[in-house]
Each structure stands twice: as C-alpha cells, then as structure tokens.
Ligand binder design. Structure first.
Ligand SMILES: Cc1cc2nc3c(=O)[nH]c(=O)nc-3n(C[C@H](O)[C@H](O)[C@H](O)COP(=O)(O)OP(=O)(O)OC[C@H]3O[C@@H](n4cnc5c(N)ncnc54)[C@H](O)[C@@H]3O)c2cc1C
Length: 365
C-alpha cells in the first residue's frame, strides 16, 4: 500500500464506521498514557488524520462545522475509548470556539485553518474567570490597557497541554473589573509555561499554570471584551455544560462495558449492572433529547446526577474486579481515579454544593 492509500479517511458523522476504527486505536493506546511524562501526541496525530479537529471549525475556515448534537455523540464514543485524549480535545476545541466567536475575520483566517487540520495546538486558560481563584481579592491574571493592546501580568492556574500550546485563549481582568479574552501566542516575550503537576488521574493532559510577566499582547489578538463577565458573552466554553456531562457518561460506559463482560461469567453481578445501565441510558436519553430540541434540561441538575453516576459506575467496576482491580495498571482503578476529575473540572458552585450534600447523605439546603 502506498502512503496515500494507507491513510485513514476523514470521519464525517458520528455514525461513521471510521469513528469506531479510531476509537479502537485510542482504546488500545490509552494505558500508555499512565506513564510518567506521557502526552497523547500519537493520539492527537491520529485524530488529525481522521479529520476530528475539522468537526469543530466552520467550513469557510477549513472545517466540517458539525452541529452540537453530532459532536456530543462522537464525544461519547471518544471518551469511552480514551478520556485523557478526549479531554485534551475539549480544551483545544474550547479555544477554537472562542476564536470562532471573534468578530475579526482576519484573525480567524490566520488561526482557524491550522487548528482545523491539526498543524497547530491551542488551549484555554479561562478558569480563573469562572471556577478557580474566585475567592481571592486580586485577580490572578491582570490586564492593563496600553496604546498597542493589553499588558498581562500574573498567571492562569490551569492550562491543559500548557507546554505544547502554540496559542492559549486566555482571560484577564482590568483594574475596573472588566475582562478580556486574548489569543495569546506562547512565543511572546514574558510568557512562561510551567511544568505540569502530577495529578490523581489524567496526568497526560499535562495541565499546569501559564505565567505572564508583563506580556504585551497586540490589540489584533483581542477576541472579546473588555466587558464585565466576558465568559457570559458568546456561546462557547461554558462551565458545567453538556460536554462535561457527556465525557463523564463516556467514562461510565467503559466501566459498564467491563461489568457486562463480567456478568457473562458471574450472574450475581447482573442486577446492579442492569440498574446502572438503565440509569446510564436514561441520562443519555435526557441529554440527547435536549440536544435534539425534544426536551428541556437543567444543565446543573443533570451534571450533578451524572457526577454521581460516573462515580458509582466506576466504583462498581472496581468492586467487581476486586483486589485485582486495585493493582496499579488495571483499567477499573484508573477509571475510578478519572471519575474523581468530574468533581473538580468546570464545576460551578451549585454543582459542587449538590455533590457535597450527596456525599454527606443530606438533602440540599
Ligand atoms: C486536570 C485539570 C485540567 C484542567 N484544565 C483546564 C484548562 O485547560 N483550562 C481551564 O481554564 N481550566 C482548567 N481546569 C480548571 C478547572 O476547570 C477548575 O477551575 C479547577 O479545578 C478549580 O480548582 P481550584 O483548586 O483552582 O479552585 P479554587 O476555588 O481556586 O480553590 C483553590 C483552593 O482555595 C481554597 N478555597 C476555595 N474556595 C475558598 C473560599 N471561598 N474561601 C477560602 N478558601 C477557598 C481551597 O482550599 C482550595 O483548595 C482544569 C482542572 C483540572 C483539575
């Protein structure tokens, strides 16, 4: 086979057989992401070859412009195959969405085609405007308006793939509390990506802080603002949204598939497995019913229920695997650690409060 004919075709819908093919490869590679210092480079290259990054970008900028429902159906399958890779893709996509929402067509033409084909990697550093460091008196990343644009000083605490990014869509706060979103090139003088922390799970997301020491960002890289609560403008990158719940359900699906295989040998596992599968199905039906415009959905209430489900489903997998599952390297143990991520990722205060009440076994106050 020559190189051209051996290359995979682009996935054009969530029902495309090629998505199954890609998921199989991602699933087989996923244990390798547990190694120290791992980063899903090979997985992201595969995704680029299969055209995954095109889904999130409009046709005029080199993408396929999938609708949200199609993207979520694909995310459900991808996250069941490899949560770490899929999570990295969501942060990359969050950056693409924020760039796409800009009214500056020139900037979009400059950045989006290379993101659609996978030639560039972008990510987001916005949590300090929504769910991180909100109790601190001073914003952790400050912006000052200067004649040429904005000067940034401080840090963005959580940036996935921080040392691999060409562009970070970063939020910062002006002294008068208005906020800006900027497409920050990581090559600008004063931008420093710190080494990522060792995490309880998903260390391969290589999430760490991005420091900015008096970085002058040209005005043409302004994506939104200055305005109060800049993250409430536009439609992309909301906290506690459907995407987070879908990824949790993808992870839960891995644990349920494992339980299903065990049930064949151990009939005593059948009642809890069937109950969890029914709960999973009804959560999916509610979410996709909402995405397809057939029913309303309270995102935060849904997120709370999904968080509870993914924790219970993954722990049920571990319990079924017994001591063997508790040995490092067994998938059920990894899934349990990964499920904890949903307690802290993009978790708005009401979801956090509801999760804590459930853990305490009390009804919400
Ligand atoms: C693996 C991972 C990847 C992520 N990737 C990204 C990304 O790519 N981009 C992005 O923008 N974000 C990302 N996030 C951020 C995430 O969405 C949340 O914003 C983050 O988990 C919030 O945690 P925090 O510790 O910063 O919260 P904080 O609220 O800042 O809490 C920090 C500490 O402050 C203390 N504290 C909290 N509240 C109070 C209070 N009211 N009074 C006094 N003390 C308090 C607590 O001791 C707490 O431990 C990521 C997070 C993780 C874990």
């Amino acid at each position: 086979m020559n190189e051209r004919s051996s290359r995979p075709g682009r996935i054009v819908s969530p029902d495309d057989d090629q998505l199954g093919e890609l998921c199989e490869q991602l699933g087989a590679l996923s244990p390798s992401l547990e190694k120290p210092g791992a980063w899903p480079q090979q997985q992201l290259q595969l995704c680029a070859q299969y055209g995954v990054f095109e889904w999130f970008v409009e046709r005029e900028f080199g993408g396929q412009g999938w609708d949200t429902s199609a993207i979520m159906r694909a995310y459900l399958k991808l996250s069941a195959a490899c949560l770490a890779t899929t999570f990295v893709i969501t942060q990359r996509t969050g950056a693409c969405q924020r760039i796409a929402l800009s009214e500056d067509n020139e900037l979009k033409r400059r950045l989006l085609p290379d993101l659609a084909c996978g030639a560039q990697f972008a990510t987001v550093g916005i949590s300090h405007l929504t769910t991180s460091r909100r109790h601190e008196t001073r914003p952790v990343l400050q912006a000052e308006e200067i004649p040429t644009g904005f000067r940034l000083d401080g840090f963005s605490p959580w940036v996935t793939g921080v040392t691999f990014a060409d562009t970070v869509v970063v939020g910062a706060t002006l002294q008068d509390h208005r906020q800006v979103l900027l497409a920050l090139p990581t090559t600008l003088p004063g931008v420093m990506a710190a080494e990522s922390a060792d995490l309880v799970g998903l260390s391969a997301s290589r999430t760490g802080p991005l420091r900015c020491e008096n970085v002058d960002v040209p005005r043409e890289l302004l994506l939104a603002g200055p305005v109060e609560e800049v993250m409430k403008t536009g439609a992309g990158a909301k906290t506690g949204g459907v995407q987070t719940s879908i990824l949790a359900l993808g992870l839960a699906a891995s644990a349920l598939d494992y339980l299903d295989t065990e049930v064949c040998k151990r009939p005593d596992l059948e009642p809890p497995t069937v109950a969890l599968r029914c709960e999973w199905q009804s959560l999916c039906d509610e979410l996709f019913g909402h995405l397809d415009g057939r029913r309303d959905c309270d995102h935060q209430a849904m997120r709370t229920r999904v968080n509870s489900h993914v924790l219970r489903a993954t722990q049920a997998g571990l319990a079924a695997a017994k001591g063997t599952g508790y040995v490092t390297g067994h998938s059920t143990g990894r899934w349990c650690r990964e499920a904890l991520f949903f307690l802290v990722w993009s978790c708005p205060q009401p979801v956090l409060a509801a999760n804590l009440c459930e853990l305490a076994g009390i009804s919400e106050t």
